[in-house]
Design a binder for this molecule. Structure first.
Ligand SMILES: C[S@@+](CC[C@H](N)C(=O)[O-])C[C@H]1O[C@@H](n2cnc3c(N)ncnc32)[C@H](O)[C@@H]1O
Length: 208
């Protein structure tokens, strides 16, 4: 029997109450989620969770979503049925670090993630997998949190990081902009959703 990753176990446990627990942060995230309404074509959302982004996509899009937590996927599928989100074609259980098991190369116009690369165990591997399935003209659109613009805040974040991983399943010290560069992406646009620069919308394409 293969061992379940501890982070996956945390997310499976949170699935039933995730939306309630997350609601205080939605004042920041909901501002960013609106960016997804601008996307068209074939979209793959990674780490879909309970599906908080799914109603933002335009009805003309074809959205596929993935999460490694079957409990989260159950919540997202229920949301799709309840809200009649016909543009969401499929939600699969799978690991971001193994996207080539599920998807054909160069398939998607957009790959999206919200608050996901803070918990992917090997974020660079995950980004390399995205590079395989994104069309060469495609864009990766993310809302991710990480280190702030202020050194004293980062000092506390580094201290609390191990507790956050155990309790909530995510790191609070990831440097997504740096990881994108390492994985061969060029960030074309990015802006902050909060005054400290912790939460960012980041738009990237494959480095040519
Ligand atoms: C903090 S939640 C965010 C959920 C959702 N994107 C949102 O905006 O509310 C992170 C999600 O990423 C998923 N996740 C983390 N690592 C993953 C991986 N390696 N493969 C697939 N899903 C992953 C978790 O199961 C969880 O549902």
């Amino acid at each position: 029997m293969s061992k379940v990753h501890p982070t996956l176990r945390v997310y499976d446990k949170q699935a039933n109450y995730y939306d309630t627990m997350n609601s205080p942060m939605e004042r920041f995230f909901s501002k960013g989620r609106k960016v997804f309404s601008l996307l068209r074509g074939n979209i793959l959302e990674l780490g879909v969770g309970t599906g908080l982004n799914l109603s933002y996509y335009h009805p003309s899009t074809n959205v596929t979503a993935l999460d490694w937590s079957s409990q989260m996927v159950n919540q997202a599928r229920a949301k799709v049925r309840r809200l009649r989100l016909h543009h969401v074609k499929k939600i699969v259980v799978g690991d971001i670090m193994e996207l080539d098991k599920h998807f054909k190369p160069h398939t998607y116009d957009f790959v999206t993630s919200t608050c996901v690369f803070c918990s992917v165990p090997d974020p660079i591997k995950g980004l390399h997998e995205i590079a395989k399935i994104l069309k060469p003209s495609g864009f990766l659109v993310q809302i991710e949190h990480g280190l702030s613009n202020f050194r004293f805040i980062n000092f506390f974040m580094k201290f609390f990081d191990p507790f956050m991983v155990k309790w909530r399943g995510f790191h609070i010290t990831r440097n997504t902009l740096k990881n994108l560069k390492i994985a061969g992406f060029e960030t074309t646009h990015q802006w902050s959703l909060d005054p400290t620069g912790i939460i960012r919308v980041i738009i990237s394409k494959l480095d040519s």
